[in-house]
Design a binder for this molecule. Structure first.
Ligand code: R5P
Length: 331
């Protein structure tokens, strides 16, 4: 949803602190697209690696008193992405930035949000601690694996949702989407599925998954009616596509007609692309929170599509910068 605002040139210069946007290496095309929507240039910075694997970042322009936004998604190589962001935050603070917002479109460690086996780290909280220790004043992110991960941070977090983008995509793809059914792959995704079903004015169904071990799950039953209907599967992310294959198989076995998939984060690790290429679905769409390389698009048998969330991030940055409400973007 677009928020009414004045022309960027007037609006973004109306505060004493200039709006400055920088990016790490993980998803520069998204950062550039956000800047294009904002009407500001992407700031100049460099990142290098020494021969001993240490990273050094350097801003090539002044940040003094600036309202600085650093765009960095946590994609492969995840540890380098996180380290680079922390160095950029620390360097910005040392360079007298007025305020630093870490813009993290995909916070991958949100999956590590509880102690579900002995002697492990709740890494989602640890990374939150480290970002704040580095000097982040605010966080802007999208579709955390579990919304309560927000609570790991003591600084303000603006948690965007891609639901409106996913729902609009389904509506464009299937003109009579209201006759279809949104399918939640597990109980954890029922709220998201329900919100998208309301936007489509469609039916709703969910899969009851049985946990076999800490790492293995098996679909037990599909609750709802998908027979002869177009099914819209929604999820927070696709990593190996293991969950997706199970979800599609059970939907097909229950008589689903066409299957469309849309998720926020298209991480596509390991066998994901081969699995998707062989999957009995019309399309698998994800947003550009994670950069999907052309080789993966090419290998997907024409199944993958990418949806743009840069306008949402640009609107959120505008509202944060001007002190306007960000919650209008959630509805
Ligand atoms: C699970 O709780 C999540 O919502 C996703 O379904 C899961 O992270 C996807 O992972 P994979 O694609 O490896 O099955």
């Amino acid at each position: 949803m677009s928020v009414p605002h004045r022309a960027p040139s007037t609006l973004l210069n109306s505060r004493r602190s200039p709006l400055l946007v920088f990016a790490g290496q993980s998803n520069r095309p998204l950062a550039q697209a956000i800047c294009d929507h904002l009407g500001v240039p992407l700031g100049h910075s460099t990142t290098e690696k020494f021969s001993n694997d240490n990273i050094i970042v350097h801003y090539e322009e002044s940040l003094r008193e600036g309202d600085v936004f650093i765009v960095q998604t946590f994609s492969t190589p995840v540890s380098d992405s996180i380290m680079e962001l922390m160095l950029m935050i620390d360097a910005a603070k040392s360079a007298s930035a007025g305020r630093v917002t870490a813009v993290i479109p995909y916070y991958s460690y949100a999956r590590s949000d509880k102690k579900d086996s002995p002697r492990i780290s709740i890494a989602g909280r640890l990374i939150a601690d480290l970002l704040q220790e580095a000097g982040a004043d605010r966080i802007l992110t999208m579709t955390l694996h579990a919304p309560q991960v927000h609570g790991f941070f003591k600084v303000p977090v603006d948690h965007l949702s891609a639901d409106v983008v996913l729902a609009d995509h389904f509506k464009r793809s299937v003109p009579d989407a209201h006759t279809g059914v949104v399918l939640a792959p597990d109980a954890g995704s029922i709220k998201r599925a329900s919100q998208i079903a309301r936007r489509l004015d469609s039916g709703l169904a969910m899969i009851d998954k049985e946990r076999l071990s800490d790492t293995e799950v098996r679909p037990r039953a599909l609750i709802g009616d998908v027979e002869g209907k177009t099914v819209f599967i929604v999820d927070d992310e696709i990593s190996t596509a293991g969950s997706l294959v199970e979800t599609v198989n059970i939907a097909r076995s229950m008589g689903a007609k066409d299957v469309y998939v849309a998720v926020t984060h298209g991480v596509y690790t390991g066998p994901a692309i081969q699995r998707i290429a062989a999957l009995d679905v019309t399309q698998v769409a994800s947003t550009n929170t994670v950069l999907v390389p052309q080789s993966k698009l090419d290998g997907s048998n024409g199944r993958l599509a990418v949806l743009d969330v840069a306008p949402l991030f640009a609107d959120a940055i505008t509202n944060i910068h001007t002190g306007a409400s960000v919650s209008t973007l959630f509805t």
